[in-house]
Design a binder for this molecule. Sequence first.
Ligand SMILES: [Zn+2]
Length: 337
Amino acid sequence: MKAIQIHEPGDITVLKYEEVEVPDPGVGQVRVRLHAAGINHRDIWVRQGSLGAGIQAIIPGSDGAGEIDAIGAGVRDWSVGQKVVINPGLSCGTCAACLRGDHPACPAFRIFDGTYAEYAVVPAQNLVAMPGGLTFAEAASIGIPYVTAEDYLIRAEALPGQTLLLWGATGGLGLATLQLARLRGLRVIAATRSQQRVDKLRQMGADDVLLLTPGEDVADAVMSLTQGRGADLVVDSVGQASFPQSLGSVARGGVIVTVGATTGGSVALDLGRLFRHRVNLMGAFMGSASILPRLLPLFARGVLVPVIDNIFPLEQADQAHEQMENHGVFGKLILTM
Ligand SMILES: [Zn+2]
């Protein structure tokens, strides 16, 4: 089969389009003939080697959709030809965290890699039936961003009428957060650097859009939009460049969700403000395995809308990474195969 492999960490040139042996499903596993893979920021970290050293060769990509092509021993609930979406969180399934549905807290938790390929072998428990009315590209765009966003909205106990400040609003995770927060009745203040994307964010349901310009004080803008209260919830995937503004924007008793650090992960934390304003700081990384099967039907019914910026053939994975890193996106980038 054809696949994108990484043999050493580096820039986009380490993404090699190569011939690879088709993997066989083992006990409890299923082989999926992939038709589309969704690109996540995680894939860039994998490419850069920041998620582990000493890896021989890895096929990146966690989100994917396709058709079941072969079934391993002991798998009963699935049959060849069924259209499926990969639920990319892998966990043991038997520990206390797994049994209470908090899969990312499982000691064995990790995220699947291997969807930049024509075939992938996954545990049968990681398949979700693909609902009708979605294309493979749309189905592959949902997993990590929507599971992650829904999980932190649940854990932050987001309520109707609350205000959410959203950094990085135009990316896959940003638009997932925007849609899921609006569905819960939150007021969303979206922040973007791009003038061209202001109207698009409003069309997607953002109540207010802050255009980030040099010298713009986001905390001042949020305070003025909320009559001095601040945002009940701040979702920050930007990190070093935005965190001080996040802390300045959050309401008393509010929650800052940190879910990425695209500008760097080290920040000075004003503990005085944190404790005096009773701010909760929450780390977020993926979510419960139960979320994707619950959300997929909402896409099929048009309650949630997949937003795809660009589709590339598999062999142009390097071009897709180049766009994500240097040119920004409005929604998801997808590979097809
Ligand atoms: Zn477990």
